[in-house]
Design a protein around this ligand. Structure first.
Ligand code: PEP
Length: 248
């Protein structure tokens, strides 16, 4: 039997406002307890307020990115130390929107994951193939390349990261990987981690890509799917709560 606790993490992306966040978080807080671990990854500017709102609860918070640098002349960047000061438990790293829109390479993603771990912030490392890559039969090669860059950079600490498998063609499109498609990729990522670190059985691997209340339970029932990274549905309290409940 798996000893991995399920984790459901919301990715608010560049959405939210102080009043909307207050209402969303109050509704989620009122719906506790959840069996799964629950977290929200919010825009940097909302971290302090999110931290005060959630501090007395078991819901965790995190950022959507982190700098690979510790400090210095890097205008606009936010360091892992700053995230740690805001009490962040998690930081998303290598989300496909950052890889595609901000040119983040596998190496930069690995550097960011290392910077986060170095300050006690757990990186949620996102990997996933585009539709063209899937159609060309390259899914396995792509996700293994993306994960291996991080595993090799982190060495034995790789056991501490969370991985999110997010097929790019399923993000924000309403098109979800079938539970079988997702499970197949999760299983190979776990094997890869196991072969590299011996800790594959401990690593949490989340599925992300148009997870909704009506498909969450089937996805989370797969043996290697340890919860979800939830974009659009994490902004609707009722949907996010239903997905958290579907995780256990
Ligand atoms: C995401 O942004 O990580 C994501 C999975 O988005 P959505 O759930 O909206 O597809």
């Amino acid at each position: 039997m798996s000893t991995r606790r399920k984790l459901v993490a919301g990715n608010w992306k560049m959405h939210g406002s102080r009043p909307a966040n207050a209402e969303l978080l109050a509704t989620v807080l009122a719906a506790r307890p959840f069996t799964a671990d629950v977290a929200v990854c919010v825009p940097f500017v909302f971290l302090h307020e999110t931290a005060s709102t959630l501090a007395a609860s078991d819901i965790r918070w995190g950022a959507q990115d982190v700098s690979a640098q510790a400090q210095g002349a890097f205008t606009g960047e936010i360091s892992a130390g700053m995230l740690a000061e805001c009490g962040c438990r998690y930081a998303l790293v290598g989300h496909s929107e950052r890889r595609a829109l901000h040119g983040e390479s596998d190496q930069l993603v690995a550097d960011k994951a290392q910077a986060a771990l170095g300050r006690g912030v757990t990186p949620i490392v996102c990997v996933g193939e585009t539709l063209a890559e899937r159609d060309a039969g390259q899914t396995e090669a792509v996700v293994k390349r993306q994960l291996s860059a991080v595993i090799h950079h982190l060495g034995h600490c790789a056991a501490e990261m969370v991985v999110a498998y997010e097929p790019v063609w399923a993000i924000g499109t309403g098109r979800t990987a079938t539970p079988e498609q997702a499970q197949a990729v999760h299983a190979l990522l776990r094997l890869q981690q196991q072969a590299a670190t011996g800790h594959g059985a401990l690593m949490r691997i989340l599925y992300g890509g148009s997870v909704k209340p009506d498909n969450a339970a089937q996805l989370f029932a797969q043996p290697d799917i340890d919860g979800g990274l939830i974009g659009g549905a994490s902004l609707k309290a009722a949907d996010f709560i239903a997905i958290c409940r579907a995780a256990g």
